[in-house]
Design a protein around this ligand. Structure first.
Ligand code: ING
Length: 311
């Protein structure tokens, strides 16, 4: 048994007008609840410090950069790191990163129980578009404001196991989990901000979006025999609804805990990292069963090409 008691700390909406200090105070309330419940590790959402600003079209770089952090920890977040270290709890959360050389990433960090940052991930799969688009209900401009991540999908030896991170849209791509699975990942944590409605078509009901969200997490967990912890920023941000459904998924693909509100909400589960062993040693024993001589197209080709259509 290698138990890690995990708290998925869902955040309700963050309005454009909300300060980082107010958000960090809410995060610390969830952290204190997690400490009372014996958590070793608390996971917060993607872009946890601000509203989901890629929904807004901005041209002035100063307007964009107001949502970014230039260092981590910093004055706004240091109280969170200090509270986590006081309780001996590892944390992970997402934020917009502006590097010293001026690069912009959608980033997530992972600390150990002392509050030291031991891992960083930069979002690789950026959904949406880079230019303003007409006739859609709202913009989704991550390709405008962020570069694709440049760190790959690393794993980190912390909390007595092999931990990995991804962010939001990454959860929809099997490559995300497989690259970490090929490094023996035992728990993948991710934050997400997912609109309840489709900007382009009103005929995709929320329950379909939630179905695809759960499907992506459960498939990734099962097919790589890993725990998956997915944490929402939820609720209505300046009239834009985001769904909740924060979830903890076991290596057998089953959801063992899920949030029930679209507010600040902590869900907790004690995850035995040894529960990954059965899958890794039987059905998904990669070394025994994978046939990489047949997988070349996966990294040779970006888009699909139907045989005979080659130009
Ligand atoms: N949000 C959404 C996500 O991947 C999206 C974008 C929604 C893509 C629904 C496809 C379908 O959950 C972010 N921030 O990636």
């Amino acid at each position: 048994m290698r138990n890690v008691t995990v708290g998925a700390a869902q955040l309700g909406p963050i309005q454009k007008a909300d300060s980082r200090q107010a958000v960090v105070a809410r995060m610390i309330v969830l952290l204190e609840e997690a400490a009372e419940k014996g958590c070793d590790f608390v996971v917060f959402p993607e872009l946890a410090l601000t509203t989901f600003f890629p929904r807004w079209y901005m041209e002035d770089q100063a307007d964009v950069d107001q949502y970014f952090e230039r260092e981590m920890p910093n004055a706004a977040t240091r109280p969170l790191f200090e509270a986590a270290a006081k309780h001996g709890i590892a944390i992970s959360f997402g934020y917009a990163e502006l590097t010293p050389d001026g690069q912009h990433y959608n980033t997530s960090i992972l600390t150990d129980k002392t509050g030291a940052i031991v891992g960083k991930y930069r979002k690789i799969h950026l959904p949406g578009h880079a230019e303003y688009e007409d006739d859609i209900a709202f913009q989704h401009l991550e390709k405008r404001y962020f570069l694709p991540g440049d760190l790959g999908f690393p794993v980190f030896n912390v909390l007595g196991g092999v931990m990995g991170m991804c962010i939001c849209n990454d959860r929809r791509w099997p490559e995300t989990y497989r690259v970490m699975g090929l490094q023996g990942v035992e728990m993948v944590t991710l934050g997400f901000n997912t609109p309840s409605t489709n900007a382009r078509s009103s005929n995709e009901p929320e329950e379909d979006r939630v179905f695809h969200h759960r499907l992506s997490l459960q498939a990734g967990a099962y097919q790589n025999a890993t725990w998956v912890v997915a944490v929402a920023k939820a609720g209505v941000e300046d009239d834009h609804p985001l769904f909740g459904c924060s979830a903890i998924v076991a290596p057998n693909g089953k959801i063992v805990a899920e949030s029930v509100t679209e507010e600040d909400e902590l869900i907790v589960h004690t995850c035995d990292l040894d529960a990954t062993r059965f899958g890794k040693e039987t059905v998904f024993n990669f070394a025994k069963h994978r046939r990489i001589e047949h997988y070349g197209l996966i990294t040779e080709r970006t888009g699909a090409i139907v045989p005979g259509d080659e130009e």
